[in-house]
Design a protein around this ligand. Structure first.
Ligand SMILES: [Zn+2]
Length: 416
C-alpha cells in the first residue's frame, strides 16, 4: 500500500462548474436527461474522493489547528458548513481511506458510496481490505450491511417488549404494567434499552408526546439471522400475549415471538396471495376464452382480471415488475406496489385475460398509462382516485381504465 499522497491546493479552489451547468438549457429527452444526471453523479463521486483525501491530510497534519477550532470536527462544521452527521461520516471515511487508499480509488470510480466507506471502516484490516472493499462495490448500504453481517456474524438478540413514553397522561397510567401472561417466556417488560429485571418498577412517564412510529427496522446480525425493531400498539401487544397463551402447549420455538410472527405472517401471506393473485384459490368452472384484444364494449367487459388469469400472469411474470429497459435490456427490479396492467388498455377495449395482462410496478404502470391514454387524462384520474381514496378509505373501486391499476401508494386495490 502506498503512502497517502500530499494535498493538491488547486483541488481546494475548484472552478464553480455548477454555475455554468445551472444556466445551461436542460435536455428534454429522457435519455439525454439521464445521461446528464449520470455525468454529474460521476463527477460528484470524484469530488467526494478528493474531499476525503484532503480531509485525511488535514487530519494527519493537524492543519485545522491553524484556525480557531478545537477539533477537526468543529472545523468542518464552522468552516466547511457541514452538518454534524456529514462531518462525522467524512472524518471517519477519510481516516479509513488514509489507511486503505483503495477506498478512494473505488469512490473516485463511482463504485463505492460514502455510506459504504463508513460501514467498511470499522471492519477493514490489512488482510481483508481488498476482498472486502471489492465485495462492497456496486452495492447499496443495506446490501453492504448484510455482507458485513454475513462475514462478521453477531449473536441473536433476546426478544423484548418495552414501554415507550406514553402519548398522554391517561394512557401512561393505564399502561404502567404489562398484563402479559407469565406463560409467555419470551415477552418481557424492560424499562430501558438495557434490560434489567422483569419486576423493575415502570419508569415515570415523560409528558412529551410520543410520535407513532410505524416503521420497522430490520438489521442483519449474520447471514441468516436478523434483528427486527418495531413499535406496536397495546392491542398488538395484547394479541401477542393471547397468542403466547394459546400456543403454550407447543414447542418453545413455536410459541416464541419469532415463531408466532412467522406463523402469523405465513397465514397472511397465503391470504394475500389468494386475494391478489388467485394463488391457492379453488379454480372455478371454465369460461369461454376471449380474444386478447377484443373490441368488446368496455362497459360489458370486466376490468378486474379473474383469479385464474391473475394466477397465470403471476406464474409467467413472477412477483416482479416486467418492464424492460429498451436500451440495456435490464428488467425492473421492483417487487412492491405491483399492479396487473392491461397491455392493450382496458379503456381501448383490451380484455382482462392473462394474454393481455402483465405485472408492472406502480411507476411503470403509470408510465404505460401516460403513453396510451395521455398525460392529462392520467393526471386527472389519479387526482380523482386520490380524492376518492381520501373519502372512501381507498377501496379501489373507482374506475379509470388502465390507470385504474395505478393510484397513490397504499390507497388503491391495484389489481383491477
Ligand atoms: Zn417497474
Amino acid at each position: 500500500m502506498h503512502a497517502a499522497t500530499t494535498p493538491e491546493p488547486h483541488l481546494l479552489a475548484t472552478k464553480p462548474q455548477s454555475e455554468a451547468v445551472a444556466t445551461a438549457p436542460h435536455p428534454t429527452k429522457p435519455h439525454a436527461l439521464l445521461a446528464e444526471l449520470a455525468r454529474h453523479a460521476a463527477a460528484s463521486f470524484e469530488k467526494t474522493a478528493d474531499v476525503l483525501r484532503l480531509l485525511g491530510e488535514v487530519d494527519r497534519t493537524d492543519a485545522w489547528s491553524e484556525k480557531a477550532y478545537g477539533s477537526l470536527f468543529s472545523y468542518c462544521l464552522g468552516e466547511l458548513n457541514w452538518s454534524e452527521g456529514e462531518a462525522a461520516k467524512k472524518i471517519q471515511a477519510a481516516r479509513a481511506a488514509r489507511r486503505f487508499p483503495l477506498l478512494l480509488d473505488r469512490v473516485r470510480a463511482g463504485r463505492l458510496h460514502l455510506a459504504g466507506v463508513v460501514l467498511l471502516a470499522a471492519k477493514l484490516t490489512d488482510d481483508n481490505a481488498r476482498a472486502l472493499i471489492d465485495a462492497a462495490c456496486g452495492r447499496s448500504k443495506r446490501e453492504i450491511e448484510a455482507l458485513l453481517a454475513a462475514r462478521f456474524p453477531r449473536p441473536d438478540v433476546a426478544p423484548s417488549i418495552r414501554r415507550l413514553p406514553a402519548p398522554s397522561r391517561t394512557t401512561a397510567a393505564a399502561t404502567a404494567s404489562l398484563p402479559l401472561s407469565s406463560a409467555a417466556p419470551v415477552v418481557r417488560s424492560a424499562p430501558g434499552p438495557k434490560e434489567t429485571s422483569a419486576s423493575a418498577p415502570a419508569p415515570t412517564p415523560t409528558p412529551a408526546p410520543a410520535k407513532v412510529d410505524r416503521r420497522a427496522d430490520v438489521a442483519p446480525l449474520s447471514a441468516e439471522r436478523h434483528k427486527l425493531t418495531v413499535t406496536i400498539g397495546s392491542a398488538t401487544r395484547d394479541r401477542l400475549a393471547r397468542l403466547a397463551a394459546l400456543t403454550s402447549h407447543r414447542s418453545p420455538e413455536a410459541r416464541s415471538v419469532e415463531g408466532l410472527l412467522d406463523a402469523a405472517l405465513e397465514l397472511l401471506e397465503a391470504k394475500l396471495m389468494k386475494e391478489r393473485f388467485g394463488v391457492g384459490a379453488k379454480p372455478r368452472k371454465a369460461r369461454e376464452p376471449k380474444a386478447a384484444t377484443s373490441r368488446e364494449t368496455p362497459a360489458k367487459a370486466p376490468r378486474t382480471f379473474p383469479k385464474a388469469d391473475r394466477r397465470a400472469v403471476v406464474a409467467r411474470d413472477g412477483l416482479q415488475c416486467s418492464h424492460v429497459d429498451r436500451v440495456t435490456g435490464a428488467r425492473c427490479g421492483e417487487t412492491r406496489w405491483l399492479t396487473l396492467d392491461h397491455v392493450e388498455p382496458w379503456a381501448h377495449g383490451g380484455a382482462s385475460v392473462a394474454e393481455n395482462g402483465r405485472v408492472l410496478c406502480n411507476a411503470h404502470n403509470q408510465a404505460a398509462a401516460r403513453r396510451s391514454l395521455g398525460e392529462e387524462l392520467v393526471r386527472s384520474r389519479v387526482a380523482r382516485r386520490r380524492a376518492d381514496g381520501g373519502r372512501a378509505g381507498g377501496d379501489g373501486s373507482g374506475g379509470c381504465g388502465d390507470a385504474g391499476a395505478m393510484g397513490h401508494r397504499g390507497a388503491t386495490a391495484p389489481w383491477r
